[in-house]
Design a binder for this molecule. Structure first.
Ligand code: C2O
Ligand code: CU
Length: 502
């Protein structure tokens, strides 16, 4: 099968960022081009923070819980007074949250009532290949709607629905699920096809962490809106990808948290646990509190609990990364307001917390959270290098000089053995590996764990002209998997590679 990719005749155009190989100072904080809304935007901190509803199984048996999700369009009020047509799981923006137990299987029947084909990927999942969301395992629209753009499929296509099976044989962690359709992931995630998938286990439940309504997901995503409230997205006119000016990535001027613009949330003067996900297509954030003593005590990363808590004044989070943090509001007084801002964007607003009452707090941050084996540099380990670069000529973005080709396996990786993978960049690329989490061994030649690299990761934020080494080991599942950039515009413009576990 030969992909009839759009000819990327945009090389050279839209290079909005200088590629800088020199000093730290010259490196841009953000790959992407700002897309401005035409809609009248609301004042910040007017809309209450929504919490995505937890999805209920349709039935359960001894080993598994069975769910049904309908991907459909829905009209939602995201900006007050305007409606936005979203493409959502159950019509929601973001989709419902799966809240599941480690070791119990989740079976999800996904029904596609949209008019485009879709693919679902569980990001961070240790998932058998047939359920991992290979970009050509398309779920075609149930209504037979307009499908011509995907006639080139060479995958395991299904009509109208597909059942995904997630064994959840992994530690407690904050995962998320999202669209992964070949060439069209970015616009489809942008319009709403993303949600959380939380795995819990006894180890984590036995810790005295804040819970129930003091455990809050914060799914951060930037979007731009047209005057009528619809999403603005600079899709290329004639196929996948974006207009040349946005080739570095689409960054937008409205910050949504759990689907609400610059929301506000009332808290008690106690500790809270926030599971922060950056669900933006391209934007990175450096989250900080505008005032007062609040800081972030990180307890978990993409792949679950850290061994020890790590304190941060600010948190830098790239697309698809998760930070599980505790924030203690006990040093504020009732009536105080604390704003979460993005220091990478002139301290622009993200959301606000209003401290309401003093309250009893039985939570605690244990000095030790978890333990896991770390085998830093096993002898005789297999090494591979993955170079993330802009393509020359017509090839968009590339890995090891190649645009994504689903017929080409760039590596054959043996299960159950450690490998050291080296990632090398030109501009910023958040690199994601399917199937197995990894530990960062070095960044920029330094082996001391960098501030935001602690624990088990599945996505690592690699800065311009940087080299990062990670230790990874794949287990259990043989098949075709992906490594790619999680800047979704880069991903759609071919910055993805297949490898096969054997
Ligand atoms: Cu979050 Cu391959 O993706
Ligand atoms: Cu990239």
């Amino acid at each position: 099968m030969k992909m009839s990719r759009r000819g990327f005749m945009v090389a050279g155009a839209g290079a909005t960022l200088a590629l800088s190989g020199c000093g730290q100072e010259a490196k841009p904080a953000q790959a992407g081009e700002l897309l401005r809304s035409k809609a009248k935007l609301p004042a910040p901190f007017q809309v209450p923070l929504p919490i995505p509803p937890v999805k209920k199984p349709v039935r359960s048996d001894a080993k598994a819980d069975y769910y049904r999700v309908v991907q459909r369009k829905a009209s939602r009020e995201i900006l007050p007074g305007l409606t936005t047509e979203v493409m959502g799981y159950d019509g929601l923006f973001p989709g419902p949250t799966f809240d599941v137990r480690s070791g119990r299987t989740t079976v999800v029947e996904q029904v596609n009532e949209l008019d485009v084909s879709t693919v679902v990927h569980l990001h961070g999942g240790h998932t058998p290949a047939p359920s991992d969301g290979w970009p050509l395992d398309l779920v075609m629209p149930a209504n037979g709607g307009h499908t011509e753009r995907h006639v080139m499929s060479g995958g395991d296509m299904t009509m109208g629905r597909r059942t995904y099976t997630y064994p959840n044989t992994q530690r407690a962690a904050t995962l998320w699920y999202h669209d992964h359709t070949m060439d069209y992931t970015a616009p489809q995630v942008y319009r709403g096809l993303f949600g959380l998938h939380l795995i819990r286990d006894d180890e984590e439940d036995n810790l005295p962490l804040p819970k129930d309504d003091r455990e809050i997901p914060l799914v951060i995503a930037d979007r731009a809106f047209d005057a009528d409230g619809s999403f603005l997205y600079p899709a290329a006119k004639d196929g996948p990808g974006v207009e040349p000016a946005y080739m570095e990535g689409v960054i937008a001027d409205v910050t949504l948290v759990n689907g609400a613009p610059w929301p506000v949330h009332e808290v008690d003067a106690v500790r809270y646990r926030f599971r922060i996900l950056n669900a933006s297509n391209a934007r990175r954030y450096e989250l900080a509190f505008s005032n007062g003593p609040a800081k972030f005590v990180q307890i978990g990363s993409d792949g679950g609990l850290l061994d020890l808590p790590v304190e941060h004044k600010t948190v830098v989070i790239a697309p698809a990364e998760r930070f599980d943090v505790i924030v203690d509001f006990s040093q504020y007084r009732p009536g105080d307001e604390v704003t979460l801002v993005n220091k990478l964007d002139n301290n622009s607003n993200v959301m606000r917390f209003k401290v309401a009452h003093k309250a009893v707090d039985e939570s605690n941050i244990p000095a030790k959270l978890s333990s896991y084996a770390v085998t830093p540099r096993p002898a005789g380990v297999v090494r591979r290098e993955w170079r993330f670069r802009r393509g020359g000529g017509h090839s968009g973005w590339t890995i090891n000089g190649k645009a994504f080709d689903p017929a080409v396996m760039q590596a054959q990786v043996k299960l159950d053995q450690y490998e050291i993978w080296t990632f090398v960049t030109d501009v910023h690329h958040p690199v994601h590996v399917h199937l197995a989490p990894f530990q960062v061994l070095s960044r920029g030649g330094k082996t001391k764990v960098a501030e935001f690299d602690h624990g088990w990761k599945d996505t690592v934020d690699i800065r311009p002209a940087e080299v990062v080494e990670v230790l990874v080991k794949f287990t259990a599942h043989k098949g075709k998997y992906l490594i790619h950039c999680h800047n979704l515009e880069h991903e759609d413009m071919a910055m993805m590679a297949a490898f096969e576990t054997i």
